[in-house]
Design a protein around this ligand. Structure first.
Ligand code: SF4
Length: 352
């Protein structure tokens, strides 16, 4: 809890982990594949417009290490930083189901051979979900915790085409339904805001679709420009302008207000894993300042996750009530000081 507030005005994923494992749990991101359908050029696909050469891996040095070495190397750093004893191994970079089932199985076994590893998280795409992949997830989900993170990014096909994702919004919806029907894994999606032509109304539509899907969590990114990506070329040609922070904060607020209180949030914005690769916008450079600005924007407007959501269950109403309380300052001085700080940071806000 931050000073002056009961808690966060949205449901952080840490809450889910605390309930599921009874303790703090952090992810160890690892890289075990270096390919995906886009980079392979299958069916005329191209590399996603925003993707750097590392396939969104958290650490580029991980590609020179085996899985065991990565876990051994990164666990102490993450554990010391967050004071955690328990971890999930997060197969993050590229498309982790775009490989042989036998390789996936060997990687799962290697990860689970560490006693501090309490489960597996697999990042993949909506069009790479085969029956054999789901069978493997189910097999491991019977003996440990398995979570799947699906790179959906958008439900709007014009945005998906701009991103060069190579799949449609309908395919993402079908993939979520297929995974929920055939497995019991924990399912979450990645979304990307700040796309060309994006509107406030699309934030509401996106939240409504998310609410209707069999998922438990969302990871939110802003579309940022990294070096050596197709998006960098467009940026330098003046054909793409990254979203500014106040606009992003407003879009995020609209999305969260319409989001069900049962959905957990991984994070509110993207941060470049390698600072030197970030071209624009500069506001994503400081992780903590950006996070605080986004949270403060919600508080300044008395806003919170699910504020505009029609809850129809007791659990949802209870969560909604708690989130409302979290959005209220413990006293008026706290609110006044927040308003002053926000106006100093962004004078266009004016009196609120
Ligand atoms: S974002 Fe994923 S699917 Fe797209 S090019 Fe990068 S690794 Fe491939």
């Amino acid at each position: 809890m931050e000073n002056g507030w009961k808690g966060l005005p949205f449901r952080p994923i840490s809450e889910f982990y605390q309930q599921r494992f009874g303790s703090k749990v952090y992810k160890i991101p690892v890289s075990v594949v270096d390919d995906c359908p886009n980079r392979r050029g299958l069916k005329g696909m191209q590399t996603c417009i925003f993707c750097d050469v590392w396939g969104s891996a958290a650490r580029s040095e991980s590609f020179s290490l085996g899985l065991r070495e990565q876990i051994e190397k990164f666990k102490p750093t993450i554990g010391n930083r967050f004071k955690s004893e328990n971890f999930l191994v997060y197969f993050q970079a590229y498309t982790n189901t775009f490989t042989k089932i036998d390789s996936l199985r060997i990687n799962f076994e290697t990860a689970l051979s560490f006693p501090f590893v309490k489960g597996l998280v697999v990042g993949t795409r909506p069009d790479c979900i085969s029956k054999s992949v789901m069978d493997l997830w189910s097999e491991y989900n019977n003996k440990t915790f398995v979570a799947v993170e699906l790179g959906v990014q958008s439900f709007f096909d014009d945005q998906l085409e701009f991103l060069r994702r190579g799949h449609t919004g309908r395919q993402s919806i079908e993939a979520m339904e297929k995974i929920a029907k055939n497995t019991s894994v924990d399912l979450g999606i990645h979304l990307m805001f700040g796309q060309p032509g994006e509107t406030d109304e699309q934030m509401i539509t996106t939240a409504n679709i998310v609410n209707s899907m069999p998922i438990t969590n969302v990871k939110i990114h802003n579309l940022h420009v990294l070096t050596n990506t197709p998006l960098e070329t467009l940026f330098h040609q003046g054909k793409f302008t990254p979203i500014d922070l106040p606009t992003y904060a407003r879009r995020l607020q609209i999305f969260l207000e319409h989001l069900s209180p049962r959905i957990y949030i991984h994070r509110l914005a993207a941060m470049a894993s390698r600072w030197e690769e970030l071209v624009s916008p500069q506001w994503t450079r400081n992780k903590m300042e950006t996070h605080q600005y986004l949270v403060d924007t919600l508080r300044l407007h008395g806003s919170y996750q699910s504020a505009g959501f029609l809850a129809d269950s007791i659990q949802d109403r209870d969560q909604q009530k708690r989130l409302l309380e979290n959005s209220l300052p413990l006293n008026t001085l706290i609110f006044k000081s927040l308003r002053k700080r926000m106006q100093e940071q962004n004078p266009v806000l004016g009196p609120t």
